[in-house]
Design a protein. Sequence first.
Length: 221
Amino acid sequence: MGVVRTDGLKGRRGRLPSKPKSPQESPPSPPVSLITALVRAHVDTCPDIPNLDYSQFQLSKTDDPSGGREANIKGFYTILLQSMDVLRSWAEKIPGFSDLHKEDQELLFQSASLELFVLKAAFRSVVRGQGSGVRVRHGLREPEKMEELQMKIIDCLRDHCTYNSEAQRKPHFFSRILSKIAELRTLSREGLQCMTEVAKFDDVISAPSVIQNYISNQLPF
């Protein structure tokens, strides 16, 4: 999936097309461009940065090293599960995603959610401190439908990088965005390997079932 900067869009949220509460109350909304729909999906599911609770990101301090490690692992699992809930809500808002085969939706979500988790974590870290890697996932039942949706979104991103005034000031912006996908895949694989090691050798803390699925299914990244 492409990444579109939305700096400043949150304050202009009212300019995005609004959904009618019901067909009886107002006429249908006019057609919405894909880029607007993607931005809206992000804005609707992204918490307000200034109101984020960063206390969960603080490492636990205790005189007992094992107790601190246990608290930190449990805290990580909590953050990861909460992030997955947000990511699932976001994915369901992407135009065309719900039209894919149900099993393909689940495979795509599971295989990409760690990458998106890494991306969101990196973005929040930046906020606090203020060759293309695109390919089709293995194991899809209807890869053609996925490729069609993927190309629509990539074309939309290319148009945004071509005509958006801010993107025009950044050399090779489109190719640089796509090149980050391979890096995200590498980081997510390393993260999964770390979780696998923790789950394998830690008899005290059992990983949540969602995490166990990642480990046992050997998802095709």
